[in-house]
Design a protein around this ligand. Structure first.
Ligand code: MF3
Ligand code: CO
Length: 291
């Protein structure tokens, strides 16, 4: 329970301005969408300008880490070596790899090869081979602020079929991103993402999605890429979330490795691709914070 904020009280956003001169109109706009039955964001996931600045500092490290992986990754390396590169670069820049010890995850980054959908655990037993497609998913904590993004890498001579999967998945993210603007819905983005995948004969994983991020690793909202226009949470300026669809060449069904409890693979062992960006909803559109 909370007392209704007075019009002359200081705004909840911490600007120091009176509520009536700051977020009052904003809040009544949100209430209007709620009254129509839409899911709407809580104040706790709307970032202030000061928080956004700090989150961007975290993103700088995340981007630098993935840039370095892009430079170094090649056939013959183990995924353990990728983990080492990520750990060293992150800590050298003053950050902490967010996956390390997160709910028991043992490494600093996720490395997901071919049929591995996500959450692949780096290992000195897993060698990156010519023809592989691999997702490297990096997440950083800096001064308590979180960033999260991932990229695909095609190693050496990759089949045209797999190259196309990687390319189309990238396009899914780009097309989804174009839909991100305030006072629209997450489902507007999701529809564009899965329509592009399906048009190319692919399936988007349903049960694993994206998430709000910034003050925590995983915040509300949970982000689906299989929902449709007008569905899911209303977008308002100051929200930050990931666009990270997992796109499968065959079935959207998957299995989780019973031994490690993490590695997610396609049920039919056909390849899966994923790109992840972190996006801020701005007053007139969006800004990509990490990629
Ligand atoms: N980076 C992943 C995401 O996009 C989260 C991985 S959790 C981990 O949400 F523990 F596996 F690292
Ligand atoms: Co994520």
């Amino acid at each position: 329970m909370s007392r209704k904020i007075g019009r002359n009280d200081p705004c909840w956003c911490g600007s120091g301005k009176k509520y009536k001169k700051c977020h009052e109109e904003f809040d009544s706009r949100i209430s209007y969408f709620a009254s129509l039955g839409h899911e709407v964001p809580d104040h706790s996931i709307i970032k202030t300008p000061a928080q956004i600045e700090r989150i961007k500092e975290s993103c700088k490290i995340n981007i630098a880490v993935l840039d370095l992986v892009a430079e170094k990754i090649q056939a013959g390396m183990t995924t353990e070596e990728i983990d080492r590169i990520v750990y060293d670069k992150t800590t050298e820049m003053g950050g902490i790899p967010a996956p390390l010890n997160y709910e028991g995850f043992p490494k600093s980054v996720c490395t997901s090869i071919n049929e591995v959908v996500c959450h692949g655990i780096p290992s000195d037993k897993v060698v990156i081979k010519d023809g592989d497609i691999i997702n490297v998913d990096a997440s950083t904590i800096y001064n308590g602020y979180f960033s999260d993004s991932s990229r695909m890498f095609c190693i050496g001579n990759v089949s045209d079929e797999k190259k196309k999967l990687v390319q189309v998945t990238k396009e899914c993210v780009e097309k989804g991103l174009e839909m991100v603007k305030p006072w629209t819905f997450l489902g507007d983005m999701a529809q564009v993402v899965h329509e592009h995948a399906e048009k190319n004969g692919y399936k988007v994983v349903r049960e694993i999605g994206g998430h709000g991020v910034g003050l925590e690793f995983h915040e509300d909202p949970w982000v689906s890429y299989v929902s449709n226009a007008g569905e899911e949470m209303l977008l308002v300026p100051g929200m930050i979330f990931t666009i990270e669809p997992m796109v499968n060449m065959g079935t959207d069904k998957f299995i989780v490795d019973k031994n490690d409890g993490w590695t997610v693979s396609t049920k039919d062992k056909l390849p899966s691709a994923q790109w992840e960006i972190m996006v801020l909803v701005t007053e007139d559109g969006h800004e990509v914070l990490s990629y």
